[in-house]
Design a protein around this ligand. Structure first.
Ligand code: GLN
Length: 522
């Protein structure tokens, strides 16, 4: 029987519950212990694949091809594990399952209700997730904030589980905001008290309160939260702002969070298992090895390229330092914007906005010998730039133009008849047979990376591109689809149809990103 840790949030959304869950999981991770992270989202989309990443944050893609909440990025990067699509519940998915069952007659004769039918379904899913992952510890993060209408039934399912299971088998961590009020010069615990009150109205008592604050919680705040929220003082922990998110497991460890939770759950805890992690984190505080431009389209507070930024950091840490990443908006691009950068990444993307600027950035890097890594759309635009400048073609992608003569990037055959949106792209892990520099980077003739796209390099143009020096150095063995391209006489000019950033973790960086950053530091 697994142990269950539930993470809820109060006061505000966006407090970093995913990071709290990932950090606690990291503390509890041991060689012989499987941790299964589950994320419950309140929205009615079946998965986040149809949401705008500039609003909702990056869509993370799992090995099995499921598009999931970006918190799974934290789980995989912290824990170095492969998660499954089923571990992301959304209200959209839960309701469509329940309605499907109703139509199939599985509840025949019954009035189908939120309680018990929806809550039973959620608990059943959690149970299935736990057994799929052969879980010793299940970490269930309930998205949103206590008091939201859309996550109430998840919290009700938590309440029922807490009642049904022995005390020693569940643990509840409530993450809240403890704001600092400048005018009075002190931290305020009232919002936390209120959110715990709201939690209690739903029949839930927290075991631990993680106070999200600018600095560590003061002694006074800890005393107050402990008194009003009925948790031990040692179970009120600080979740302060930090220079890097990778420091959070260490900050929790320093407050004994790992041993407190383990003791309560009656499981083994070996402290001191984060030595390598600590060393790597120190690197992130040292000076930057390189300055990288991430050329995308941006809005304020943008999380759309989170995994790329993290993959660059993982590589920097492996080399022994940090990396400075600057977002360069390609909607109003001038090659001068790239002055002072050691390398450029063109990330994945959709649509026509900012495309011309990205193509100009690619041309600049190709001509000036600046290391360039093109991810998915980035690789497609590298091919278009080459076709335009070197082959002198009127090249474009069918995605953003109908009136160019040469569709160097075209829609994949399998995509032509796709009408439904949501989970219909070429998604998840696919193999590539590789050669050239890509082969030596991966140290293997066969590479597997994750994908998310509808378009591909048009085979009709491959011969001409290769004749002019653009090497196709990776192909899918079944379909022949171009997976990697590269230029030989360049410090680093590699594009891939895949998203290697999704397989990079803090303690095991992705080889392509690592080599890219190495080239930038030369
Ligand atoms: N829009 C492009 C396609 O669908 C690239 C997608 C991406 O960059 N993820 O093929």
């Amino acid at each position: 029987m697994p142990k269950w840790i539930f993470v809820t949030g109060g006061v505000l959304s966006g407090l970093g519950k995913g990071l709290v869950s990932a950090s606690i999981s990291k503390l509890l991770q041991e060689e012989e212990r499987n941790i299964v992270p589950i994320k419950c989202d309140g929205y009615l989309n079946v998965d986040p694949g149809t949401m705008n990443p500039h609003e909702h944050g990056e869509v993370f893609v799992l090995e099995d091809g499921t598009e999931v909440d970006m918190d799974f990025g934290h789980y995989e990067r912290f824990l170095g594990i492969e998660c499954r699509g089923d571990w992301n519940l959304t209200s959209g998915r839960v309701f469509s399952d329940v309605i499907q069952k109703e139509r199939n007659g599985e509840y025949l004769g019954k009035t189908v209700q939120m309680v018990p039918h929806v809550t039973d379904h959620i608990k059943k899913k959690w149970g299935e997730n736990a057994s799929q992952g052969d879980a010793d510890v299940v970490m269930v993060e309930v998205g949103g904030t206590v008091g939201d209408m859309e996550n109430q039934f998840y919290l009700e399912a938590v309440r029922q589980m807490r009642n049904e299971l022995p005390d020693q088998d569940t643990y509840l961590v409530h993450t809240t905001l403890v704001p600092y009020l400048d005018a009075v010069g002190e931290q305020k615990t009232k919002p936390t008290q209120h959110s715990v009150k709201e939690l209690r109205e739903l029949g839930l008592e927290p075991d631990m309160v993680a106070g999200r604050s600018e600095d560590r919680l003061t002694e006074e705040s800890v005393e107050k939260i402990s008194l009003f929220c009925d948790v031990d003082e040692k179970e009120v922990i600080s979740d302060p702002n930090m220079d890097t998110v990778y420091r959070l497991p260490l900050v929790f460890q320093d407050q004994d969070a790992g041993s407190i939770i383990s003791e309560s759950l009656g499981i083994q805890y070996s402290s001191g298992s984060l030595e390598d992690w600590r060393e790597r984190t120190e690197n992130l505080s040292s000076g930057p090895l390189a300055k990288i431009a991430l050329c995308g389209k941006y809005t304020e507070m943008d999380d759309s390229y989170a995994s790329i930024e993290e993959a660059l950091k993982h590589s920097a840490v492996e080399i022994g330092g940090s990396v400075e990443i600057q977002q360069v908006d390609t909607e109003e691009f001038d090659p001068e914007d790239l002055e002072g950068f050691d390398g450029v990444v063109i990330p994945g993307g959709f649509g026509s906005r900012g495309v011309q600027g990205k193509i100009e950035a690619i041309r600049h890097c190709r001509r000036e010998g600046i290391p360039l890594l093109g991810i998915c759309y980035g690789m497609q635009l590298m091919s278009i730039e080459y076709a335009r400048t070197v082959l002198d073609l009127d090249a474009a992608s069918e995605e953003f133009s109908d009136d160019h003569e040469d569709s160097v990037i075209k829609e994949m055959k399998e995509q032509k008849n796709v009408e439904k949106m949501g989970g219909t792209m070429r998604l998840g892990s696919y193999k590539a047979e590789v050669s050239g520099r890509v082969e030596s980077i991966y140290g293997s003739k066969e590479v597997e990376e994750r994908h998310r796209h509808r378009y591909e390099l048009n085979p009709e143009y491959e011969e001409r591109l290769e004749a002019e020096g653009l090497r196709i150095s990776g192909r899918n063995p079944e379909s022949g689809l171009a997976e990697f391209i590269e230029l030989e006489d360049h410090r680093f000019f590699i594009g891939t149809q895949a998203h290697p950033e999704f397989t990079s973790s803090f303690e095991d960086p992705n080889p392509l990103y690592l080599e890219f950053l190495n080239s930038c530091t030369e």
